[in-house]
Design a protein around this ligand. Structure first.
Ligand SMILES: [Zn+2]
Length: 237
């Protein structure tokens, strides 16, 4: 299994905690790589995909420590996934270098009603095709994501890619404040669809579905049912 940016960020953030992480469920033994209960671990199903895209996750404070966070699923599949703890005044120098690297075309994924219309891109032809897309995801609660979007001057010049999903999120781990709020991994899957990587989008969706299902089973201390998405993904690998 590949150790990636989110695993490293998790260790870093945990080492900075002045007190043990005591969020709900924080005292339970989990697989340290997928954060599921050991008997529901999905690490054996992780498969790095071939993609033209990269993802940058800007994570709010202790978001990375939450077992329910789905940003790590993106990093499990997409090799070029970067992750940093968000800061308004002291953005990480590596992150700034990444944003300025000419091989990437950064774009922020956010609802279009929060930005000026000139920044909004709605189809692939508006992207510079000489560069690879770097999708920026603001990972936190809805209120935190809005704050990050408003208070990150280093993102202000990048285009905004917006999705208006017709179906409300299947994500039941955290209650969405806004009806159309999607889990981070679901949004990433829409981004992959946007650039025509349908197979990768489907793979990420299925992986998310497996995670979601196993997470919920873990909460209820239930075993995998015979028709679990886990087996569907296992058989497709
Ligand atoms: Zn695991």
């Amino acid at each position: 299994m590949r150790i990636h940016a989110l695993h490293k960020l998790y260790d870093l953030r945990l080492s900075r905690s002045t007190r043990p992480f005591l969020a709900r469920g924080g005292n339970i033994t989990r697989c340290i790589h997928c954060m599921l209960l050991p008997y529901l671990c999905i690490c054996g199903l992780k498969k790095t995909v071939q993609t033209n895209s990269a993802f940058l996750l800007l994570m709010y404070d202790d978001e990375i420590l939450k077992p329910s966070n789905t940003g790590r699923l993106i990093a499990d599949l997409i090799p070029d996934t970067f992750a940093y703890i968000w800061s308004r005044t002291e953005p990480h120098s590596e992150m700034l270098a990444l944003l300025n690297n000419p091989q990437w075309q950064p774009m922020v994924i956010f609802p279009e009603e929060y930005c000026q219309i000139e920044r909004v891109i709605s189809d692939q032809t508006q992207i510079n095709s000489d560069k690879k897309p770097l999708f920026i995801l603001l990972d936190g609660s809805w209120a935190q994501a809005k704050k990050m979007f408003r208070k990150s001057p280093y993102l202000d010049n990048f285009p905004v890619l917006s999705f208006s999903p017709e179906n409300i999120s299947r994500y039941l781990l955290r209650k969405a404040v806004k009806e159309n709020q999607l889990a981070t991994a679901e949004v990433a899957s829409l981004a992959l669809e946007f650039i025509g990587e349908f197979k990768n989008a489907q793979q990420l969706n299925l992986f998310f579905e497996v995670f979601r299902e196993n997470y919920m089973l873990g909460k209820q201390r239930k075993q995998l049912p015979n028709d679990a998405s886990y087996y569907q993904l296992k058989n497709s690998n």
